[in-house]
Design a binder for this molecule. Structure first.
Ligand SMILES: CC(C)(COP(=O)(O)OP(=O)(O)OC[C@H]1O[C@@H](n2cnc3c(N)ncnc32)[C@H](O)[C@@H]1OP(=O)(O)O)[C@@H](O)C(=O)NCCC(=O)NCCS
Length: 185
């Protein structure tokens, strides 16, 4: 089932046949480098991956597939986790696993559509996430969708031999409504 639509992508529920794509992306070191927690499993067989995926799926992560509208090709996934029903907060994660689709607007389009779904359909009040200083492409994409940098945890993450700043970002319903009123999102 499609839960959200952008201009370039559909966001739909994960099917059994998608696990081979998710495994491929998780096993790609370059994707894993940028995606961090989104794909914190690598070098695994499809069987191991399926077991990991369903353990995680049954926990607090709700994941969806990003497919192109034009060809219906799965190109990545987008998720929310740690749904806090009292404060109406979720944590967003995304990875475009097909690298030739990076930097062409697909990620921004998917985030915008998903943000709309979270605010309008799930009635969330705040979406948060973190990334690291080097991931300028992700920071820019989030900012284009209305996320703001809320804080920096200096040198909080050790990645491939170097300490990196963690960038905390968030978007509230008020932020969303301001943009939606301007652009009819
Ligand atoms: C992060 C991600 C979702 C962004 O989606 P995308 O489709 O690649 O990005 P978009 O084309 O929508 O927008 C990226 C923006 O960053 C800019 N950009 C692209 N590549 C860049 C680079 N190497 N360095 C700096 N900026 C870059 C683009 O110009 C664009 O900004 P602009 O529209 O102002 O010009 C996607 O690249 C991805 O999944 N990467 C791997 C995993 C990852 O990083 N996940 C996020 C973890 S927090």
């Amino acid at each position: 089932m499609i839960i959200a639509q952008g201009e370039l992508v559909n966001i739909r529920e994960v099917r059994w046949g998608d696990l081979k794509y998710l495994q491929k992306w998780a096993n790609d070191p370059e994707v894993a480098y940028w995606a961090r927690a989104e794909t914190n499993i690598s070098n695994v067989t499809i069987g191991e991956f399926r077991r990991w995926y369903y353990r995680r799926a049954s926990s607090s992560v709700k994941r969806f597939i990003i497919e192109t509208k034009e060809t219906k090709k799965p190109i990545g996934s987008i998720s929310y986790r740690d749904y806090d029903s009292v404060n109406k907060v979720v944590v967003l994660g995304i990875h475009i696993g097909e690298k030739n689709y990076w930097g062409k607007g697909f990620g921004t389009d998917a985030i915008k559509a998903f943000v709309k779904y979270l605010f309008d359909t799930l009635d969330i009040n705040r979406i948060e996430l973190d990334t690291f200083d080097e991931n300028v492409r992700a920071i820019k994409a989030y900012q284009k969708c209305g996320f703001k940098i809320e804080g920096i945890l200096r040198e909080a993450r050790f990645i491939e031999g170097r300490f990196h700043d963690v960038i905390i970002m968030g978007m509230t319903r008020k932020d969303y409504l301001k943009i939606a009123n301007k652009t009819q999102m």
